[in-house]
Design a protein around this ligand. Structure first.
Ligand code: COA
Length: 433
């Protein structure tokens, strides 16, 4: 397998690089931790390492050093498509270099060969009460695949530590290959009376997802490719990435680890933000019985702030400019739906709300993040079941977390074990400071 060969060439170089860094500079401090951070969710504590993505305060996310606009230009695309192959992105995550068209298509071929979902997984989904949250079904399906873990089987038969990454790569490809089918099965079962649309072998991973969703517009395939690229990875400290890494650090396989990350994604403070944004837009739309004018929107935004609530989709912990993931989706919308009211409203909010937030003077970043717009694009294509948005996020995020899992095993990252203190100990430290 091409990915395995290329990784086998890369990994020894990285192992040596990390070994040398730790041996020669292991004592060098990278930061300090204060009491606010210990009580404050470890915000900004530098305690993780990943080479797959980094959030730059100005450029936003960089995947393997490339910005979103660079990747949209440079990653190979299916013939006639506007947006890149997810397979090329996965290659970039794993190998660290831009793929050729051949490389991207090779990953897509690997996925196709591994995409069949065992029937018992569908049985599990169908056995659940119909009102089960789609994220519960999705997480269960991922966990149900665990019995097929090649890593677990090989580990129990004795596997050398420096080969852990090989079955982890197999598991990662096997799992990610199946996610479009599983996610769309859940969608069709829950919301479309169970009329399941079989996979189209001529389509790529992202395009096939769009096809199996049953969305007829051709450009929805491109929106899916774009969405999966934009949500795939966001450093390692966010809940889904960190939960996956933490669980994987116990040598639990990729199925256990990813399903833990997905459980984290299901929380309202993480993967659910995009649906809150759309709900806010629809609320504005309902109040004004259409798209309001600027002044009305300004007033509505102030009312939201004055009632002590936040404007969803605006602000960011790290970024200090418009999130390039927002811009990429805005550009897509301007090209494909520039007469859609909800999209136009999202665009108007972008023109009005940053000034309101600046006037209020609290938010450090008055600019939109990825969530300010993604829901409105899905809504345009008729995906109005908000609960499902997090599943799409999960399909995408699995690309990032599984690629990180391969590298965590390749670099023998150890079990995570931060130290905790008692409140009395912290009080004692404070009294002596
Ligand atoms: C994303 C977010 C959680 C970042 O939090 P953060 O790093 O603490 O942000 P800041 O340091 O700029 O916050 C400073 C103050 O501005 C406020 N603020 C930040 N973004 C705001 C927004 N969109 N609307 C209103 N107030 C906002 C904060 O609530 C905070 O107020 P406080 O001092 O009364 O507690 C925050 O901007 C937010 O809540 N945004 C809206 C929800 C959202 O879009 N979530 C999706 C995240 S990807």
């Amino acid at each position: 397998m091409m990915l395995k060969e290329r990784l086998a060439a890369e990994i020894p170089l990285w192992r040596e690089r990390v070994r040398k860094l730790v041996k020669e500079n292991g004592h060098v401090k990278v930061g300090e931790v204060n009491i606010s951070q210990v009580y404050g969710g470890m915000r900004d504590v530098k305690g993780l390492v990943t080479d797959i993505s980094y959030v730059d305060p100005v450029d936003g996310i960089r995947f393997r050093g490339y910005t979103i606009p660079e990747l949209l230009e440079k990653l190979p695309k299916p013939e006639g498509a506007e947006m890149p192959y997810a397979g090329g992105l996965y290659y970039l995550f794993l190998i660290g270099a831009l793929p050729s068209l051949e490389d991207a298509e090779e990953v897509e071929r690997e996925w196709k060969a591994r995409q069949a979902v065992p029937n018992y997984v569908f049985d599990i989904i169908r056995a659940m009460p119909p009102d089960t949250h789609p994220m519960t079904l999705f997480t269960q399906a991922v966990l149900a695949l665990q019995s097929g873990s090649i890593f677990s089987t090989q580990y129990h038969h004795g596997l050398k530590k420096d080969e852990y990454w090989i079955p982890t790569l197999e598991d990662s490809l096997n799992l990610t290959a199946k996610l479009p089918t599983i996610a769309t099965y859940i969608y069709r079962w829950k919301y479309k009376h169970g009329y399941f649309i079989p996979s189209n072998p001529d389509l790529d991973w992202g395009g096939n997802f769009a096809h199996m969703m049953g969305i007829p517009e051709e450009e929805y395939k491109d929106l899916s490719r774009l969405y999966f690229l934009l949500h795939s990875d966001h450093e390692s400290g966010n809940v889904s990435a960190h939960a996956t890494h933490l669980v994987g650090s116990s040598l639990a396989d990729v199925y256990y680890a990813t399903s833990s990350g997905l459980s984290g994604l299901a929380g309202p403070l993480h993967g659910l933000a995009n649906q809150e944004c759309l709900a806010w837009l629809l609320q504005v739309y309902n109040v004004y019985q259409g798209v309001p004018d600027r002044e009305e929107l300004r007033q509505f935004a102030w009312e939201t702030l004055d009632s002590g609530r936040v404007i969803p989709g605006y602000g960011h912990a790290v970024l200090r400019k418009t999130d390039p993931r927002f811009t990429a989706q805005l550009e897509f919308g301007m090209k494909h739906m520039d007469t859609d009211d909800i999209f136009l409203l999202a665009k108007l909010v972008y023109e009005v709300v940053p000034d309101v937030l600046r006037d209020q003077g609290k938010a450090k970043d008055p600019w939109p993040n990825v969530d300010a717009i993604s829901g409105s694009l899905q809504y345009h294509y008729g995906i109005k079941e908000f609960d499902f948005y997090t599943v799409m996020f999960g399909v995408s995020r699995a690309l990032g977390v599984t690629a990180n899992a391969v590298w965590a095993r390749a670099l023998s990252q150890p079990i995570e074990r931060p130290k905790s203190l008692t409140t009395a100990m912290l009080e004692d430290i404070a009294s002596k400071a």
